[in-house]
Ligand binder design. Structure first.
Ligand code: FAD
Ligand code: SIN
Length: 517
């Protein structure tokens, strides 16, 4: 298949870019491949909202810029931060034009919430299901555009570069499209594209405890890494402080930071409100600080979780703002009006990823990337809450603007079919399942909120064993999604461990006990 624009992923990043290009160029073809149902994504589960400066009487771009820089702990790219923050209102307006609804205050203005690390109220939201509202509005728009084809349950395996063409490798590689597995038929096709955008989201599933849905296996970053694109800041995995603590190991559930913005307190089992002893901003310190403080409390007390206390809050208002959280807690036998919510930190977001410039260009020609799979320089060592949806919206727009005066013509070079000679159908799924569990607990235990040189060394040694076992299976197996995801997760773990070992000073979300002087 040939297409002008190939987009891998159907979250906020991929869909926004698709809509803009398809509207601008009705005569060009836009192809989206996505590995699950089209709405399944981290985007769909976003709760708190989008950080945008709107209340100019009290807030300002400068304040949002400073808050982002403080959270990023000296490692943000100031020019990027300024650009993203200033673009915010316009990009939010795109979403509103496309039909996304956000909550209004009694005066009919957008209602603004507050989250950790923000000095002002600036979180635009749709109750506590902001991501769902955005995803649905974007999909509706996509379905109206005839020149967008969206292929669900199509898994991108690898980017096509000179490596596959068996032509001499230049220093700067070019991307010609991707090999894609139709998960229902098992057929592997090549999609040849004028340009390709990776919008594959995060890596949460590399850890045993995460807020992320099952799609978040870092595929795009692993594909880019194999295509020799630059990937950096992988040590900055962000842990969200308040994820419902579920002993049964069921589906994890986030308790939005906006709940603390609404006035909830964190308490230990003795009922002590412990955050004021760690940071003067207390529960509204940035999330690296809150997560590390909880980790310290748990290590000192030997308890399994801390608690979020909402019992002093106005329950009618609470239910109005957070109906989904209220109901889900009730389903889990916690009545927020009377009970404290048991919470623990869990892996939530990757601040690093595929390096891109302000137009979303990677170091590989004709390969763009957008959203959580990228490292733009906005987040530095720690992302400020609700800056992620904003980043995806702004960068999708920037890449679209970059493309708008360019041609995007698929290559005429002959591209070989996917080569699976000598492979057989894998009947040993147990090897995949076993190694996923091993990998997740390795990352959880040795590459978590607080790291040490010894644990990182042990993680690298253990990962090598997992890698060897899985690589041997991969070489003799016909491709399937589970095996490819595991292989990608191993790539991600390798990058995270390696880049953690290289970091010799603690910044933001990165803390190694051996770096403390
Ligand atoms: P995603 O939305 O994750 O989309 C990735 C897409 O790529 C999916 O469609 C997936 O199926 C597809 N894909 C992946 N690999 C492949 C492959 N190999 N082949 C084909 N398709 C593939 N951020 C905020 O700013 N505000 C919030 O309030 C907020 N709340 C959050 C709450 C939760 C529970 C979570 C998990 C995250 C939250 N975030 C929030 C973070 C934010 O939602 C994400 O960073 C953002 O939505 C990422 O968008 P994306 O388009 O980059 O990726
Ligand atoms: C939340 O609602 O707490 C998540 C916000 C975010 O990840 O930015």
């Amino acid at each position: 298949m040939k297409t002008d624009y190939l987009i891998i992923g159907s979250g906020v990043a991929g869909l926004t870019y698709a809509v803009k290009l398809a509207e601008q160029f009705p005569e060009r073809t836009v192809t989206i491949v996505t590995k699950a149902d089209e709405d399944e994504s981290n985007t769909k589960y976003a709760q708190g909202g989008v950080a945008v400066v709107l209340n100019v009487a009290e807030d300002s771009f400068q304040k949002h810029i400073e808050d982002t820089l403080i959270a990023g702990d000296g490692l943000c790219d100031r020019k990027v931060v300024e650009m993203v923050v200033k673009e915010g209102p316009k990009r939010l307006n795109d979403l509103i034009t496309w039909g996304a609804n956000f909550d209004l205050d009694p005066n009919g203005k957008l209602d603004l919430g507050k989250e950790g690390g923000h000095s002002e109220y600036r979180i635009v939201h749709h109750k506590d299901i902001t991501g769902y509202e955005i995803e649905m509005a974007l999909l509706k728009r996509v379905h109206k555009l005839d020149n967008i084809a969206i292929y669900n349950h199509h898994f991108a395996l690898d980017l096509i570069t000179e490596h596959h063409l068996k032509i001499p490798l230049t220093q700067n590689r070019t991307c010609f499209g991707a090999y894609v597995l139709d998960q229902k038929s098992g057929k592997i096709s090549k999609i040849i594209a004028g340009s390709t955008l990776l919008a594959t989201g995060g890596i949460g599933r590399v850890y045993g405890h995460t807020t992320n849905p099952v799609i978040a296996t870092g595929d795009g970053i692993a594909m880019a890494y194999r295509a020799k694109a630059r990937v950096s800041d992988m040590e900055f995995v962000q842990f969200h402080p308040t994820v419902f603590f579920d002993k049964s190991d069921g589906q994890s559930f986030l308790i939005s930071e906006a709940v603390r913005g609404f006035g909830a307190y964190l308490r230990n089992k003795q009922g002590e409100r412990f955050m004021p002893t760690y940071d003067e901003r207390a529960e509204l310190a940035s999330r690296d600080i809150v997560s590390k403080s909880i980790d310290t409390e748990l290590k000192n007390s030997g308890e399994e979780c801390v608690y979020l206390d909402c019992t002093h809050l106005d329950m009618d208002k609470f239910k109005g703002h957070f109906p989904n959280i209220y109901e889900e807690c009730m389903n889990r036998h916690i009545d927020i009006a009377k009970d404290w919510i048991p919470v623990v930190p869990a892996s939530h977001y990757l601040c690093g990823g595929i390096e891109v410039d302000m137009q979303g260009r990677t170091s590989v020609k004709n390969l763009f990337a957008c959203g959580e799979c990228t490292r733009t320089g906005l987040h530095g060592a720690n992302r400020l809450a609700s800056n992620s949806l904003l980043e995806a919206l702004v960068y999708a727009h920037n890449s679209y603007v970059y493309q708008s005066d360019k041609e995007s013509v698929p290559t005429d070079i002959e591209i070989p079919d996917w080569d699976d000679k000598g492979t057989v159908i894998n009947k040993e799924h147990v090897i995949v399942r076993h190694n996923i569990r091993k990998l997740q607990s390795l990352m959880q235990d040795y590459v978590g909120i607080v790291r040490s040189n010894r644990r990182l060394e042990m993680a690298a040694a253990n990962l090598k064993l997992i890698y060897e076992e899985v690589e041997e299976l991969y070489k003799r197996s016909k491709i399937n999604t589970g095996l490819c995801e595991l292989r990608n997760m191993i790539n991600i773990a390798h990058l995270t461990i390696d880049q953690s070992r290289a970091r010799k000073e603690n910044r933001g979300g990165y803390f190694n006990v051996d770096n403390v002087i």
